[in-house]
Design a protein around this ligand. Structure first.
Ligand code: HPA
Length: 271
Protein backbone atom coordinates (compact mmCIF):
# COMPACT_ATOMS: atom_id res chain seq x y z
CA UNK A 1 0.00 0.00 0.00
CA UNK A 2 1.81 3.08 -1.19
CA UNK A 3 0.97 6.73 -0.75
CA UNK A 4 0.11 6.73 -4.45
CA UNK A 5 -2.51 3.99 -3.93
CA UNK A 6 -4.08 5.97 -1.11
CA UNK A 7 -4.17 9.10 -3.26
CA UNK A 8 -5.77 7.28 -6.17
CA UNK A 9 -8.55 6.00 -3.91
CA UNK A 10 -9.01 9.48 -2.45
CA UNK A 11 -9.17 11.12 -5.87
CA UNK A 12 -11.72 8.57 -7.09
CA UNK A 13 -13.92 9.25 -4.06
CA UNK A 14 -13.60 13.02 -4.32
CA UNK A 15 -14.95 12.88 -7.85
CA UNK A 16 -18.10 11.10 -6.66
CA UNK A 17 -18.65 12.71 -3.28
CA UNK A 18 -19.26 16.44 -3.41
CA UNK A 19 -19.43 16.98 0.35
CA UNK A 20 -16.62 16.88 2.94
CA UNK A 21 -17.52 14.69 5.93
CA UNK A 22 -15.24 15.00 8.96
CA UNK A 23 -16.72 12.04 10.84
CA UNK A 24 -16.38 8.42 9.77
CA UNK A 25 -18.04 5.33 11.26
CA UNK A 26 -16.98 1.73 10.92
CA UNK A 27 -20.17 -0.28 11.25
CA UNK A 28 -19.74 -3.64 12.97
CA UNK A 29 -21.92 -6.63 12.19
CA UNK A 30 -25.62 -5.90 12.40
CA UNK A 31 -25.18 -2.13 12.34
CA UNK A 32 -25.75 -1.69 8.62
CA UNK A 33 -29.25 -0.28 9.24
CA UNK A 34 -27.62 2.95 10.42
CA UNK A 35 -26.25 3.50 6.92
CA UNK A 36 -29.70 2.88 5.46
CA UNK A 37 -31.06 5.70 7.61
CA UNK A 38 -28.70 8.40 6.30
CA UNK A 39 -30.25 11.28 4.38
CA UNK A 40 -29.11 12.35 0.91
CA UNK A 41 -26.86 9.31 0.83
CA UNK A 42 -24.59 7.99 -1.83
CA UNK A 43 -23.31 4.40 -1.85
CA UNK A 44 -19.95 3.43 -3.30
CA UNK A 45 -19.14 -0.30 -3.48
CA UNK A 46 -15.62 -1.13 -2.27
CA UNK A 47 -15.01 -3.01 -5.50
CA UNK A 48 -15.24 0.26 -7.45
CA UNK A 49 -12.65 2.09 -5.33
CA UNK A 50 -9.06 1.77 -6.60
CA UNK A 51 -6.91 -0.49 -4.36
CA UNK A 52 -9.71 -1.03 -1.83
CA UNK A 53 -9.81 -4.57 -0.43
CA UNK A 54 -13.09 -6.46 -0.89
CA UNK A 55 -14.78 -8.28 2.00
CA UNK A 56 -14.64 -12.08 1.95
CA UNK A 57 -16.97 -12.75 4.86
CA UNK A 58 -20.36 -14.08 3.83
CA UNK A 59 -23.16 -11.68 4.64
CA UNK A 60 -20.76 -8.78 5.17
CA UNK A 61 -21.55 -5.86 2.96
CA UNK A 62 -18.81 -3.87 1.30
CA UNK A 63 -19.79 -0.24 0.75
CA UNK A 64 -18.74 3.23 1.63
CA UNK A 65 -21.83 5.32 2.27
CA UNK A 66 -21.78 9.08 2.64
CA UNK A 67 -24.86 10.82 3.96
CA UNK A 68 -26.33 13.05 6.62
CA UNK A 69 -27.26 12.42 10.24
CA UNK A 70 -29.19 15.54 11.27
CA UNK A 71 -26.80 18.42 10.46
CA UNK A 72 -23.65 16.33 9.95
CA UNK A 73 -22.28 14.50 6.95
CA UNK A 74 -20.70 11.17 7.84
CA UNK A 75 -18.80 8.56 5.90
CA UNK A 76 -19.78 5.00 6.85
CA UNK A 77 -17.89 1.80 6.22
CA UNK A 78 -20.51 -0.89 5.78
CA UNK A 79 -18.27 -3.92 6.23
CA UNK A 80 -14.66 -4.01 7.43
CA UNK A 81 -11.55 -6.10 6.78
CA UNK A 82 -10.32 -8.52 9.40
CA UNK A 83 -6.75 -9.70 9.79
CA UNK A 84 -8.02 -13.29 10.19
CA UNK A 85 -9.41 -13.18 6.66
CA UNK A 86 -5.83 -13.12 5.40
CA UNK A 87 -5.46 -9.43 4.58
CA UNK A 88 -2.22 -7.72 5.51
CA UNK A 89 -2.41 -5.09 8.21
CA UNK A 90 -1.86 -2.49 5.45
CA UNK A 91 -4.99 -3.74 3.68
CA UNK A 92 -7.01 -3.87 6.92
CA UNK A 93 -6.18 -0.22 7.61
CA UNK A 94 -6.14 1.11 4.03
CA UNK A 95 -9.62 2.68 4.42
CA UNK A 96 -8.40 4.66 7.44
CA UNK A 97 -5.58 6.14 5.35
CA UNK A 98 -8.06 7.10 2.66
CA UNK A 99 -10.26 8.72 5.33
CA UNK A 100 -7.22 10.62 6.58
CA UNK A 101 -6.57 11.98 3.09
CA UNK A 102 -10.23 12.91 2.73
CA UNK A 103 -10.03 15.05 5.87
CA UNK A 104 -11.78 12.82 8.40
CA UNK A 105 -11.11 14.16 11.92
CA UNK A 106 -13.15 11.78 14.08
CA UNK A 107 -13.44 8.01 13.72
CA UNK A 108 -16.24 6.07 15.40
CA UNK A 109 -15.56 2.34 15.62
CA UNK A 110 -18.12 -0.32 16.47
CA UNK A 111 -17.82 -4.07 16.77
CA UNK A 112 -19.38 -7.20 18.22
CA UNK A 113 -17.35 -8.63 21.07
CA UNK A 114 -17.37 -11.34 23.70
CA UNK A 115 -17.89 -10.21 27.28
CA UNK A 116 -15.56 -11.38 30.06
CA UNK A 117 -16.63 -8.88 32.71
CA UNK A 118 -18.86 -10.85 35.10
CA UNK A 119 -21.41 -8.05 35.30
CA UNK A 120 -22.00 -8.06 31.52
CA UNK A 121 -24.95 -9.66 29.72
CA UNK A 122 -25.36 -10.49 26.07
CA UNK A 123 -26.88 -7.43 24.44
CA UNK A 124 -25.02 -4.91 26.57
CA UNK A 125 -23.30 -2.00 24.88
CA UNK A 126 -19.81 -1.14 26.07
CA UNK A 127 -18.12 2.19 25.56
CA UNK A 128 -14.48 1.32 24.85
CA UNK A 129 -12.28 3.18 27.35
CA UNK A 130 -9.02 1.76 26.03
CA UNK A 131 -7.63 -1.28 24.26
CA UNK A 132 -4.94 -3.91 24.62
CA UNK A 133 -3.46 -5.19 21.39
CA UNK A 134 -2.57 -8.81 20.77
CA UNK A 135 -2.25 -8.29 17.02
CA UNK A 136 0.69 -7.29 14.83
CA UNK A 137 1.10 -3.51 14.79
CA UNK A 138 -0.16 -2.01 11.49
CA UNK A 139 2.55 0.69 11.65
CA UNK A 140 5.42 -1.80 11.32
CA UNK A 141 7.57 -0.92 8.32
CA UNK A 142 9.00 2.30 6.94
CA UNK A 143 7.20 5.33 8.35
CA UNK A 144 5.50 7.63 5.86
CA UNK A 145 6.23 10.99 7.50
CA UNK A 146 3.49 12.77 5.59
CA UNK A 147 0.95 10.45 7.27
CA UNK A 148 2.21 10.57 10.84
CA UNK A 149 5.18 10.29 13.17
CA UNK A 150 7.38 7.23 13.73
CA UNK A 151 6.52 6.75 17.39
CA UNK A 152 2.95 7.99 17.83
CA UNK A 153 1.48 8.36 21.28
CA UNK A 154 -1.33 5.94 22.17
CA UNK A 155 -2.43 7.87 25.24
CA UNK A 156 -6.14 8.81 25.50
CA UNK A 157 -6.79 7.39 22.05
CA UNK A 158 -10.45 6.79 22.89
CA UNK A 159 -11.02 10.49 23.40
CA UNK A 160 -12.21 11.41 26.86
CA UNK A 161 -14.42 14.29 25.71
CA UNK A 162 -16.15 12.15 23.10
CA UNK A 163 -16.69 9.42 25.68
CA UNK A 164 -18.25 12.00 27.97
CA UNK A 165 -20.69 13.02 25.22
CA UNK A 166 -21.73 9.38 24.77
CA UNK A 167 -22.13 8.79 28.51
CA UNK A 168 -24.24 11.93 28.91
CA UNK A 169 -26.47 11.06 25.98
CA UNK A 170 -26.98 7.51 27.29
CA UNK A 171 -27.80 8.73 30.77
CA UNK A 172 -30.26 11.37 29.54
CA UNK A 173 -32.01 8.79 27.40
CA UNK A 174 -32.11 5.91 29.88
CA UNK A 175 -29.77 3.72 27.88
CA UNK A 176 -27.41 1.53 29.88
CA UNK A 177 -23.88 2.05 28.62
CA UNK A 178 -21.21 -0.14 30.18
CA UNK A 179 -17.56 0.85 29.98
CA UNK A 180 -14.41 -1.19 29.70
CA UNK A 181 -11.19 -2.23 28.03
CA UNK A 182 -11.30 -4.14 24.74
CA UNK A 183 -8.63 -6.65 23.80
CA UNK A 184 -7.99 -7.27 20.11
CA UNK A 185 -6.90 -10.79 19.21
CA UNK A 186 -6.19 -12.03 15.72
CA UNK A 187 -8.84 -14.79 15.77
CA UNK A 188 -10.27 -16.63 13.97
CA UNK A 189 -10.42 -19.12 16.84
CA UNK A 190 -12.32 -17.94 19.88
CA UNK A 191 -10.50 -17.80 23.20
CA UNK A 192 -9.83 -20.79 25.39
CA UNK A 193 -11.38 -20.80 28.86
CA UNK A 194 -7.95 -20.03 30.32
CA UNK A 195 -7.57 -17.06 27.98
CA UNK A 196 -10.99 -15.65 28.89
CA UNK A 197 -10.08 -15.98 32.58
CA UNK A 198 -6.67 -14.39 32.00
CA UNK A 199 -8.27 -11.44 30.21
CA UNK A 200 -10.73 -10.92 33.04
CA UNK A 201 -7.89 -11.03 35.58
CA UNK A 202 -6.10 -8.35 33.57
CA UNK A 203 -9.09 -6.06 33.95
CA UNK A 204 -10.31 -6.51 30.38
CA UNK A 205 -14.07 -6.44 29.80
CA UNK A 206 -14.50 -7.42 26.16
CA UNK A 207 -12.72 -9.58 23.61
CA UNK A 208 -12.78 -9.27 19.85
CA UNK A 209 -11.00 -9.70 16.52
CA UNK A 210 -11.12 -6.24 14.97
CA UNK A 211 -10.93 -2.52 15.73
CA UNK A 212 -7.42 -2.32 17.22
CA UNK A 213 -5.54 -1.98 13.88
CA UNK A 214 -7.91 0.70 12.59
CA UNK A 215 -7.67 2.64 15.86
CA UNK A 216 -3.85 2.53 15.92
CA UNK A 217 -3.73 3.94 12.39
CA UNK A 218 -6.36 6.56 13.23
CA UNK A 219 -4.25 7.63 16.23
CA UNK A 220 -1.18 7.81 13.97
CA UNK A 221 -3.28 10.03 11.70
CA UNK A 222 -4.19 12.21 14.71
CA UNK A 223 -7.90 11.45 14.47
CA UNK A 224 -10.07 11.42 17.56
CA UNK A 225 -11.63 8.02 18.22
CA UNK A 226 -14.85 6.91 19.87
CA UNK A 227 -15.53 3.16 20.18
CA UNK A 228 -18.41 0.85 21.10
CA UNK A 229 -18.66 -2.91 21.50
CA UNK A 230 -21.94 -4.77 21.32
CA UNK A 231 -21.58 -7.73 23.66
CA UNK A 232 -22.81 -10.73 21.67
CA UNK A 233 -21.93 -13.46 24.16
CA UNK A 234 -20.54 -13.60 27.69
CA UNK A 235 -18.00 -16.04 28.99
CA UNK A 236 -18.96 -17.31 32.42
CA UNK A 237 -17.33 -20.46 33.74
CA UNK A 238 -20.01 -20.82 36.45
CA UNK A 239 -22.89 -21.15 33.99
CA UNK A 240 -22.89 -24.30 31.95
CA UNK A 241 -26.07 -23.45 30.08
CA UNK A 242 -25.00 -21.54 26.97
CA UNK A 243 -27.53 -19.18 25.40
CA UNK A 244 -28.99 -20.36 22.12
CA UNK A 245 -27.80 -18.77 18.92
CA UNK A 246 -31.27 -17.25 18.48
CA UNK A 247 -31.07 -15.64 21.93
CA UNK A 248 -27.67 -14.18 21.09
CA UNK A 249 -28.94 -12.74 17.79
CA UNK A 250 -32.03 -11.32 19.47
CA UNK A 251 -29.91 -9.63 22.17
CA UNK A 252 -27.54 -8.19 19.63
CA UNK A 253 -30.25 -6.79 17.43
CA UNK A 254 -31.92 -5.08 20.42
CA UNK A 255 -28.53 -3.65 21.39
CA UNK A 256 -27.92 -2.42 17.86
CA UNK A 257 -31.15 -0.42 17.95
CA UNK A 258 -29.91 1.29 21.12
CA UNK A 259 -26.43 1.85 19.70
CA UNK A 260 -27.89 3.50 16.61
CA UNK A 261 -29.87 5.79 18.93
CA UNK A 262 -26.64 6.70 20.75
CA UNK A 263 -24.75 7.34 17.51
CA UNK A 264 -27.54 9.48 16.08
CA UNK A 265 -27.65 11.42 19.34
CA UNK A 266 -23.92 11.95 19.73
CA UNK A 267 -22.84 12.67 16.15
CA UNK A 268 -24.64 16.03 15.83
CA UNK A 269 -22.80 17.15 19.00
CA UNK A 270 -19.30 16.36 17.70
CA UNK A 271 -17.47 19.47 16.53
N1 HPA B 1 -14.19 -13.66 21.28
C1 HPA B 1 -13.66 -12.99 20.26
N2 HPA B 1 -14.36 -12.31 19.39
C2 HPA B 1 -15.70 -12.28 19.53
C3 HPA B 1 -16.33 -12.96 20.58
C4 HPA B 1 -15.53 -13.69 21.49
O1 HPA B 1 -16.03 -14.32 22.45
N3 HPA B 1 -17.67 -12.74 20.44
C5 HPA B 1 -17.82 -11.94 19.34
N4 HPA B 1 -16.62 -11.67 18.81
Amino acid sequence: MTLENILEAKQYLEKIVQVKPEIAIILGSGLSPLADRLEDSITIPYKDIPHFPVSTVKGHKGNLIVGKIKNKYVLCMQGRFHYYEGYTMQQVTFPIRVMQMLGIKTLIVTNAAGGVNKSFKAGDIMLITDHISRMPNPLIGPNEETLGERFPSMTNIYDKNLRQLALEFAQNNNITLKQGIYVGNTGPSFETDAEYIMFRQLGISAVGMSTVPEVIVAAHAKMKVLGFSVISNVFNEDILQEPTHEEVLENVSLANVKLIEILEGVIPKID
